[in-house]
Design a protein around this ligand. Structure first.
Ligand code: IMP
Length: 438
C-alpha cells in the first residue's frame, strides 16, 4: 500500500508539481484533495512548460489515473479549458484517466464576484486573494449551500435551488457588501449546463477508487495545493486560503482513513517566498530580495504577481513539520542560492527580546517579530547539472545538513533546476527511491 502525501511546507509555490510529476512516474493514481484553481503547478518536461491549476500533475503520464477528490472546489470552465489544452498537446484525456468526485463542489460564476466584492470592501486590509472565488466556494460548502458535481445529474432539481442562490448572492452584494457587482442567472446556468453536458462522464467516486487502488497495492500520490502557512486554521489567519492545506486534509478531502498514508513529504524552497498580503518575518526588502526573485523566476503562475522573497525560515518550517507530521523534506531551488554568501537561516523568533515557542496567537504580535538567524557560507558553482548529493559543493551539502539539524527532519531530496531530471536524492531519500523504483 505505498502512498505518499506531498504538501507545501511554506506559503506555497514550493515546487510541489515537479515532485508529484516525478513520483507519478511510478504511481498508478494521483489525487488532488483540496484547494481549487488558485493553485498553479508548473511542470517542465524536456524544456516544455505545462501549467495546471486543477488537473492533477500526473496527467502527463499516460498510465496514471488522476482524481479530483471531494475536498476540492472545482471551476468547471477551468477543468474544461485544461482538458482542451492538454488534448491539444497530444495528452489523452478520457473518463478512465480523469475522475472528478461526485461530492466535489463547483466554483460557479458568482464566487469570483463575491471574492472581489469582499476584497473591495476590505480595502487596504484586503487578503490579496487570487480573486478566483475559492473562499466564497468553501463558504458555500460550509453553509451547506454548495453545488456538487453529483447535483449535475438532476438539473431539474438544481435549477430552482440555483435561482434562489443567485437571488441571495445579489442581495448579499447589494446590501451587505455594498457592491455594484451583480450575478447574472443565465450565465451561471450556462456554466452549469455546460458542466453537465461535458463533464458528467468524468464524475465518479474518488473515495472508492483510492481505497480500491490501495487494496490492490497500487502506488498513490496525494498532491497538496497551496501550503501549510496558508492553512485556513493553522496558517497566518486571515491571510490564508480557505481550505485545510496540511496532510490531515487528505483524509477528509478524499474520504479515507489515516492508516492509508505511508509517507508525508514536505516541500520547501531553499529560501522563502510569499504572494499576497500577510506577515513574512524573513522577507528581504533590499536588492538581495530582488536578486532571488529574478534568479528564481518568482512570479505567480496563476496571477503573474511578483512573489515576496526572503531567507529560509526554519522556525516556520519546524511548525510545518509538526502540523503535517512530515516523514521527510524536499528542498527545492537550491541552485537559486548559488553565488550568494553568506546565506542566512532563521532559527527562531523573538518578541520583545524573548524567544517564542511557536507563532504568536495574535496578528498584532506578528508585526513585532525579530527573526534570529544563523549564517553559513555559500558556494559559487552552478548546481543544475549535478545529480549526486556528494557532488554538490561542500557548502551546499552543509547548508542542507544544517537545515536538517535545525528542523530535526531528514531531507530526502534536493532540487537543482526546474526540469524533471534536475533532482538529487540524498542519503535519506530511500523511501522516495523505493517509491520511484517500481
Ligand atoms: P485564495 O486562495 O485565492 O482565497 O487566496 C488567499 C491567499 O492564499 C492569498 O494570499 C493568495 O495569494 C494565497 N494563495 C492561494 N493559492 C496559492 C498558491 O497556489 N500559491 C501561493 N499562494 C496562494
Amino acid at each position: 500500500m505505498p502512498s505518499i502525501v506531498i504538501t507545501g511546507a511554506q506559503w506555497g509555490d514550493e515546487g510541489k508539481g515537479k515532485l508529484v510529476d516525478a513520483l507519478s512516474q511510478s504511481a498508478q493514481v494521483v489525487v488532488r484533495f483540496q484547494g481549487g484553481h488558485n493553485a498553479g503547478h508548473t511542470l517542465v518536461v524536456g524544456g516544455v512548460k505545462t501549467k495546471l491549476q486543477l488537473t492533477p500533475c500526473g496527467i502527463l503520464r499516460p498510465e496514471t489515473t488522476c482524481l479530483i477528490a471531494a475536498g476540492v472546489v472545482a471551476n468547471p470552465r477551468t477543468v474544461l479549458a485544461e482538458i482542451e489544452t492538454l488534448r491539444s498537446r497530444g495528452v489523452e484525456i478520457s473518463p478512465s484517466r480523469l475522475v472528478i468526485d461526485r461530492d466535489c463542489q463547483l466554483v460557479l460564476d458568482y464566487h469570483p464576484i463575491l471574492d472581489k466584492a469582499r476584497e473591495d470592501l476590505l480595502g487596504d486590509e484586503k487578503i490579496g486573494t487570487t480573486g478566483l472565488g475559492i473562499g466564497p466556494a468553501y463558504e458555500d460548502r460550509a453553509g451547506r449551500r454548495g453545488v456538487r458535481f453529483g447535483d449535475l445529474l438532476d438539473l431539474d432539481s438544481l435549477r430552482p435551488r440555483l435561482e434562489v442562490l443567485v437571488a441571495e448572492k445579489n442581495l448579499m452584494l447589494e446590501h451587505v457588501l455594498s457592491s455594484k457587482l451583480r450575478v447574472d442567472f443565465p450565465s451561471v446556468w450556462s456554466t452549469v449546463t455546460l458542466a453537465a453536458e461535458q463533464l458528467l462522464p468524468f464524475v465518479g467516486n474518488a473515495s472508492i477508487m483510492v481505497t480500491n487502488a490501495l487494496k490492490r497495492g497500487e502506488r498513490v500520490v496525494f498532491e497538496g495545493a497551496q501550503a501549510t502557512l496558508l492553512d485556513v486554521t493553522f496558517g497566518t489567519v486571515p491571510f490564508v486560503t480557505s481550505s485545510s492545506t496540511i496532510a490531515g486534509a487528505v483524509l477528509t478531502g478524499c474520504g479515507i482513513g489515516p492508516s492509508a498514508i505511508d509517507h508525508v513529504l514536505g516541500v520547501a524552497k531553499a529560501y522563502t517566498t510569499r504572494v499576497g498580503s500577510g506577515p513574512f518575518p524573513t522577507e528581504i526588502h533590499d536588492a538581495m530580495g530582488e536578486h532571488i526573485r529574478t534568479r528564481g523566476g518568482e512570479f505567480g503562475t496563476v496571477t503573474g504577481r511578483p512573489r515576496r522573497c526572503g531567507w529560509l525560515d526554519a522556525f516556520a518550517l519546524r511548525r510545518a513539520i509538526r502540523l503535517n507530521g512530515y516523514s521527510s523534506l524536499a528542498i527545492m531551488k537550491l541552485d537559486v542560492l548559488s553565488g550568494i554568501s553568506p546565506l542566512k537561516i532563521c532559527t527562531g523568533y523573538r518578541i520583545d527580546g524573548k524567544l517564542i515557542e511557536d507563532f504568536p496567537a495574535l496578528n498584532s504580535e506578528l508585526a513585532k517579530i525579530v527573526p534570529e538567524y544563523v549564517e553559513c557560507p555559500g558556494w559559487e558553482d552552478d548546481l543544475t547539472n549535478l545529480r549526486k548529493f556528494e557532488d554538490l559543493p561542500a557548502n551546499a551539502q552543509k547548508y542542507v545538513q544544517l537545515v536538517e539539524s535545525i528542523v530535526e527532519c531528514p531531507v530526502s531530496l534536493v532540487s537543482v533546476g526546474p526540469d524533471r531530471i534536475e533532482s538529487i536524492l540524498t542519503p535519506n531519500g530511500r523511501y522516495l527511491q523505493q517509491f520511484s523504483a517500481a
